[in-house]
Design a protein around this ligand. Sequence first.
Ligand SMILES: Cc1cc2nc3c(=O)[nH]c(=O)nc-3n(C[C@H](O)[C@H](O)[C@H](O)COP(=O)(O)OP(=O)(O)OC[C@H]3O[C@@H](n4cnc5c(N)ncnc54)[C@H](O)[C@@H]3O)c2cc1C
Length: 391
Amino acid sequence: MQCEPSEEQRLIETTARQFAAEVLRKVAAERDLNGTFPERELRQLAELGLLGVNVPEQYGGSQAGVVAYSLALAEIAAADASVSVAMAVTNMVAEIICAFGSEQQKQTYVTRLCSGEAVAGAFALSEPQSGSDAASLQTVAERVPGGYRLTGNKQWITSGDRAGVIVVWARTDGGKADRRNQSAGLSAFVVEGGTPGLTAGRPEHKLGLKGSTTVPLSFDGCLVPESARLSREGDGFKIAMVALDGGRIGIASQAVGVGRAALMAARDYSKERKQFGQPLSDFQAIANMLADGATQLEAARLLTLRAAYLKESGQGYSQKAAMAKLYASEAAGRICDMALQVHGGYGYTREYPVERYLRDARVQRIYEGTSEIQRLVIARSVLKEFSDHAS
Ligand SMILES: Cc1cc2nc3c(=O)[nH]c(=O)nc-3n(C[C@H](O)[C@H](O)[C@H](O)COP(=O)(O)OP(=O)(O)OC[C@H]3O[C@@H](n4cnc5c(N)ncnc54)[C@H](O)[C@@H]3O)c2cc1C
């Protein structure tokens, strides 16, 4: 694996970095305070080709690959994690439709996602009673002449009230499967925002990611045509797992971005602030914090790029994506906490951005599979590798 990005990958990264510096960073603190959804900024990301970074050009994407996507997302997250989560989900939804959709679905929905016409994409898997145990979801897709009728409730849907294109998971087995066969009864559907029978509830009041909306969605006999189904009936669980494998590279990239922003803030502050007649950075205790943070950030960055590279080159990457997500999100949490400590009392206020970084980073250990679920995924593959070697 090449550790240095190619010229094209650098170009995408630089484009994202410039946009982050010129547009996002200046208003990130204000967005955190007001909770304004970044609709205009998402359209600008679309113009820069950043809403379909790993999507073929024929569907409006940049076709720049997974490594470029990871680098770009980290740049956006370093400036404003709220914008990065909407960008990540939109890219993820475009990729799922590219991987599992019909030609018509790709022509219709992927182009709208990449161009910004759809504003954002949303991924509606979680439900009030079904989080880590996604196969147990209860939303039902009942077959009716010409299509399906969706009934049920989704929970925690990022951009769910703004998205023009929503991928929704529902049971097509009539809810009859026993626990062991639950996953076989799931199907995925592409639903347009504003479809009658679909309503978004009140946005959640969250600890962080204030500029990203997270809403419940209610499907009350929402009618969709048969052509809305992605792939075949019963393929839903597989589609969700493939999407989440890729999505984890996105969350790891966000964590690298936020972790880097926090480390840089700690570095700068430690050089400016003087106590006992010397800069904080001259105290070994503070320098050690920076050294540990930088080392963890580098490990997170390399794990993330490795997973991105494996996905891009068509190799198995599920375990590495889980490792990257687990490690990077936990490292980002530690680095943000360290950065706040370096700032002392000022770090605990809105005068500096580190308290926002800490709040924004916290959810990275929860969404797209909690740290505990990542460990399950990794442990399963380690145990399988071990038994493969033994036989
Ligand atoms: C801000 C935000 C945005 C989100 N966006 C989306 C979105 O766009 N689309 C979407 O579908 N979902 C989204 N989610 C949902 C998110 O993916 C879930 O919150 C997550 O999967 C965990 O599910 P849960 O909250 O129901 O927790 P639970 O599954 O109830 O877990 C609670 C605790 O138990 C642990 N646990 C559960 N099962 C096990 C096990 N087998 N072994 C060990 N420990 C276990 C968990 O790790 C966790 O610590 C979002 C969540 C948040 C907070």
